[in-house]
Design a binder for this molecule. Structure first.
Ligand code: GDP
Length: 319
């Protein structure tokens, strides 16, 4: 492997990939990080020009039109179309330029919503991805991302391309998107808790705080992506998640954030906001069977690291 192109190069996961690749065994490879300023992947010609310029041997495709529950509810059309276009152009470019390995990123939010399909039982696993409609709050994004799996498998069958796809649970970590409109829950709450500390105001969590999620720390996920890039070659997607026992409530996550800031008042829950999906428990059995020694960072420690990063980098953060 000579050049390994990383798309979405200014995002949270690419930031974590940069940290991990400073270390052995990855420091001998040449990772090239690109983002929309280098090429708008929704445009086929720009995507091909990018591949022509770097001639990558491998691609870790992290660019996506992505966001939290409230962005998904408001911008389903754009998220659907932008993701379809980007993914199609990346695969076409990889095939055209003879890329040896492509890793694409799915999400466990694209799996079937159990309450809409009586045959779907939790925990979800890799075999169920297309077996029922996703949760209505994020169907635009979910159906586009499901097509990554479909297209990757077609390219594999017809052109023998080594395209794999990985499905992480809710990611958080340093250099996340901290925008109040488009971010996911952890960065949104970190930003709100900092403001509540500064203004001596309430720390308001949206919804009931009862939904459950299996969060994954971006530094853990970057390690898993790199492991998969070099060692996972199966056609089927792989779920990347801590075990089912690590599923925790939004209320508990908010409390960890409050603790990390030293915020002492009681949390306020604004139940006029949507809870979105209640839970989407996934199994990590397949991951642990392929990578049995992997250890996940405890979530309270990872939240503290992320809060400390946000405090230290507030002026450079994506707000
Ligand atoms: P999801 O996991 O795909 O539903 O995406 P999110 O990370 O956006 O939301 C997860 C849960 O956190 C949902 O139940 C939200 O209602 C809840 N939540 C609580 N406060 C916030 C907030 O300030 N922003 C966001 N995005 N979600 C919040």
């Amino acid at each position: 492997m000579g050049n390994i192109l990383v798309t979405g190069g200014k995002g949270m996961l690419a930031y974590a990939v940069k940290q991990v690749t400073k270390q052995e065994p990855y420091s001998k490879y040449n990772f090239v990080y690109v983002d929309i300023e280098d090429a708008d992947l929704c445009d086929k010609a720009q995507s091909f020009d990018l591949f022509d310029k770097y001639k990558p041997d491998g691609v870790i495709h992290l660019a996506a039109d992505v966001g939290g529950l409230f962005k998904n509810m408001a911008h389903g059309v754009e998220m659907h179309e932008n993701n379809l276009l980007m993914n199609m152009h990346i695969m076409q470019s990889c095939k055209e330029y003879g890329v040896q390995k492509l890793v694409s990123c799915l999400s466990t939010c694209i799996f079937p919503e159990p309450s809409l399909s009586s045959h779907i039982k939790l925990p979800l696993d890799e075999t169920m991805i297309h077996n029922g409609p996703p949760h209505p709050s994020n169907q635009g994004y979910a159906y586009a991302k499901r097509m990554i799996d479909v297209q990757s498998q077609y390219y594999r069958r017809q052109y023998n391309c080594n395209f794999i796809s990985l499905a992480p649970t809710n990611i958080f970590g340093p250099n996340d998107n901290f925008s109040l409109e488009s971010s996911h829950v952890i960065p949104a709450l970190i930003r709100k808790c900092r403001a509540a500390m500064e203004e001596d105001s309430d720390f308001v969590v949206l919804g009931t705080g009862k939904p459950l999620r299996q969060f994954i720390y971006s530094l853990d996920l970057a390690q898993l992506f790199l492991w998969a890039f070099f060692h996972y070659d199966e056609a089927e997607p792989l779920i990347l998640a801590p075990g089912e026992e690590y599923e925790i409530s939004i209320g508990q996550v908010a409390q960890y954030i409050a603790d990390a800031f030293g915020y002492k008042k009681q949390l306020v829950f604004d139940t006029s906001y949507s809870d979105g999906q209640y839970k989407r428990t996934v199994s990590n059995k397949k991951l642990m069977s392929r990578n049995p020694d992997f250890k996940f960072t405890p979530i309270d420690f990872a939240i503290k690291e992320t809060v400390d990063w946000f405090k230290a980098n507030y002026h450079a953060a994506r707000l």
